[in-house]
Design a protein around this ligand. Structure first.
Ligand code: RIB
Ligand code: CA
Length: 314
């Protein structure tokens, strides 16, 4: 089993990624670290605690608060995508079984890297502020982290906030740039993988409803707002699941059916392109490839992984 920390801006798809990690026989979840992103920070913490509670693991998986804001100041949250509560405006009851830990998320990441040298995998499904700040605070952890999986950026494809930029990289481009050049072994799954291979259509939603489990109801509830947003804004025929796809790949590399190592960098200054992820697929810059970029997914294997996780929340 891989020992993993999931860094999350817990809303919508992040919660399904938490359930997917918990359901994976290959992943041992050491803790959740919360970064500023999708919705108000304290709401994200609450969403994480609630998700662990419905999964029946409250008290077994600790939650650590990290940086609520990006390295270079305020960011805009996206309640229009996920609902005011980040959970499809389901307004679930507050988690009652456990509160967040006192330790800061950055200190937890550093502590676990030293505690499990060469065995810790980081799963990043949020802006990379916490990861970057941990690397800056203690650069020695680079050699101790086995792998970093990142949901973020795009591989020469349309962004989801601006045409150039995907949300996690746009919220904190400085953090993304620091992480790309820190020397870590990185696998990147861009937004275009989600739009091409993770879209759950009405037929998929029907299959979820047919499961008849608590997990199935949770999935339907939290997707109510993003389903409409995807139709209206992204012109997609269903809900997108970038975070669940990222963690499913970490738990079963067979889901990533094609990938290549490329030189990847992040634009921090562009007037129109801030947050853009440069993926040099033809090696035009002559720079050493630093990131393993996902380029193809086994859709059925991914969807079965997600359906399984929902089936098992009873
Ligand atoms: O661009 C999609 C990513 O941004 C997802 O991780 C979503 O949860 C938001 O964090
Ligand atoms: Ca996320």
């Amino acid at each position: 089993m891989k020992k993993v920390i999931l860094d999350t801006d817990t809303a919508g798809d992040d919660t399904l990624a938490i359930l997917t990690v918990l359901d994976s026989p290959e992943l041992e979840l050491l803790g959740l670290t919360i970064a500023g992103g999708n919705v108000q920070f304290e709401q994200q913490v609450e969403n994480a605690l609630y998700t662990l509670e419905i999964a029946g693991v409250s008290g077994k998986v600790p939650v650590y608060k990290g940086h609520a804001q990006a390295m270079m100041g305020d960011h805009q949250t996206v309640e229009e995508v996920h609902g005011d509560d980040g959970m499809g405006n389901a307004y679930f009851p507050k988690a009652v079984q456990r509160a967040e830990e006192d330790k800061h998320a950055v200190d937890f990441i550093i502590e676990q890297a030293h505690k499990h040298p060469g065995e810790l995998t980081l799963l990043a499904i949020a802006p990379l502020t916490n990861i970057a700040m941990a690397l800056l605070k203690d650069p020695s952890i680079v050699k101790k982290i086995e792998h970093l999986y990142i949901m973020g950026g795009t591989n020469n494809a349309l962004g989801n906030v601006t045409p150039a930029a995907e949300f996690n990289f746009l919220v904190d481009p400085e953090a993304a740039k620091i992480v790309m050049h820190a020397g870590l072994p990185i696998t990147m799954v861009g937004w275009e993988m989600a739009t091409r291979y993770s879209v759950m259509t009405e037929e998929d939603h029907r299959q979820v409803r047919e499961l008849g489990t608590k997990g199935a109801t949770f999935f339907t509830d939290i997707n109510k707002v993003v389903e409409q947003f995807n139709t209206d804004v992204h012109r997609l025929p269903g809900t997108t699941h970038p975070d669940s796809l990222l963690v499913a790949i970490a738990g079963n590399p067979k889901i990533m059916t094609d990938s290549h190592r490329y030189y990847v960098d992040v634009e921090t200054k562009g007037e129109l392109t801030r947050g853009y992820s440069l993926v040099d697929v033809n090696g035009r810059l002559g720079k050493e490839p630093n990131v393993h970029v996902c380029e193809m997914v086994d859709v059925r294997l991914f969807k079965d992984t997600l359906l399984n996780a929902l089936k098992n929340i009873t």
